[in-house]
Design a protein around this ligand. Sequence first.
Ligand code: HEC
Length: 137
Amino acid sequence: MTHRTHLLLACAVLAASLTTVASAAGNAAKGKQLYYDHGCYGCHGFNGETGQRDLVGTGSPLVTDLGLFRMFLRMRGDLAPHLPATRMPNYAASALPDKDVDDLFAYVRTFKANAPAVKDVPTLRAILQSAKLKQPQ
Ligand code: HEC
């Protein structure tokens, strides 16, 4: 290998690792804009917990692991188009580039679960209590 080839290789490796670093850390502010632009808020709420499927506080790996998050968004668009459809739209890479997915993920990770525990909501507690009383012994 010539000196020049070594240099080119080193540059390629550096470029690849920079890309990885850049894509690993998405930009939450840009992600917020994308969350609005792509209408995610319409089905998942402005804070990720008032929609058709919570994006926070569920323990789901689909919202805590970037690779799975990306796979889920791409799933029926690129990966397995014949899976049965759900109301969740499919975001193919041609419509939502990886960079945008990283930013969306960073934003989704800023959501905090705010729903109070059942024990802290007197009305819910009373409903559960009366349902329990009515159960046959
Ligand atoms: C038209 C409604 C709709 C829109 C718009 C929508 N979603 Fe969803 N999403 C759903 C529904 C319904 C589910 C649950 C059904 C399923 O798993 O396919 C879901 C599931 C998810 C999940 C999996 C959550 C889990 O842990 O199970 C993620 C992540 C997600 N959506 C992210 C997004 C993002 C990011 C956007 C915007 C780019 C978006 N969604 C736009 C309806 C929507």
